[in-house]
Design a binder for this molecule. Sequence first.
Ligand code: NAD
Ligand code: 89V
Length: 345
Amino acid sequence: MAAARDIRIGMVGCGFFAQNHLMAWQDLRPEGAILSAVCDLDESKARAAGEKFGVPHFTDMAQMLDSVQIDLVDIATRMETHRALAAIASERGIGAVVQKPFAPEWAECVAIVEKAKAHKAWLAVHENFRFAISMQKVKAVIDAGTIGKPNWARINFRTCFNIYRGQPYLAEVGRLVILDLGIHVLDLARYFLGDVERVYCETQKRNPAINGEDTATIMLKHTSGAVSVVESTYEAKRIPDPFPETLLEIEGSEGSIVVTRGERMTVTTQGLVFEENIGSPLLAWTTRPWHTLQEAVLNTNRHMFQRFRDGLPADTSAEDNLKTFALVEAAYESARTHGAVKPAR
Ligand code: NAD
Ligand code: 89V
């Protein structure tokens, strides 16, 4: 059987979170993902990444793509830049993975998808919470039918970790916790319980020092009939702080799954109880407390380059992520109108 072809990766954005993308691409080199160039507007960041990973560096994405043979570009810049950068890849027929949030608002997300479709370019969103080993194990229990048909869930990411230290811009944005954090938990709700027909949301701004909402409590009615509560906050003052763990309770017709702090999963089925530690292993380059997300990045990068190489859509394809982004917009609309909202997708 012929060896699978190598995929040449171009990294765009060498900032705070992109360091995890870069380390993950380095780990995936033996599997055929070949980091081939890096790019950042900030020449010092581009140079540092190029020197660290032994690849040419650029300050202009178009120049990188016109100078180095790239098959798949990984765009880990902030959301305001995603439409323009994704277009540069799509217009060249080059595949792209775009970090979350896909874009600042719905219409831009749709425009990015339409552009990629027009150029028949492969496009996905790096929505990685579902790729964490812990969430993969929860999904496996559901898919095995162990708890029967899921019909209720509470999925929450409640923290007071100082996320503003690494991402200072989050203190300034007008739409914060749903667009930055709730977007991940809403994607998990879809992943575990399927598509959504109705959204109700209340938001709060409990931290006077920041601009956007810092707490969102969202109720979802899924097309399956299931109901879920999706919670996200940066203002949960509790010790120990579970950051960056997603905790959950999923109930079904035959049992339940509960994930508590320390990523301990308790499964109840047919009157029996099973417990398992489902936490992420520490890798050579991952460090607490970010290790759960860092391992998720490695799993996500592997998924992306393998699906691209095999000519298949990613689980979190741009088209799929529109359904998650539609929940984000529906939640904001519900918080504004104080009524239930039908999502656009
Ligand atoms: P950052 O500001 O630290 O890094 C962004 C980098 O992009 C900067 O170095 C900037 O110079 C560069 N850049 C901007 N425009 C560019 C352009 N046109 N061409 C090349 N480079 C350009 O931001 P960050 O905190 O690393 O966040 C980046 C993205 O990652 C955000 O969308 C954020 O929501 C997301 N993020 C995701 C996770 C996760 O996946 N779990 C975690 C944290 C952040
Ligand atoms: O993972 C993220 O997208 C980050 C976090 C939610 C951890 O703050 O922005």
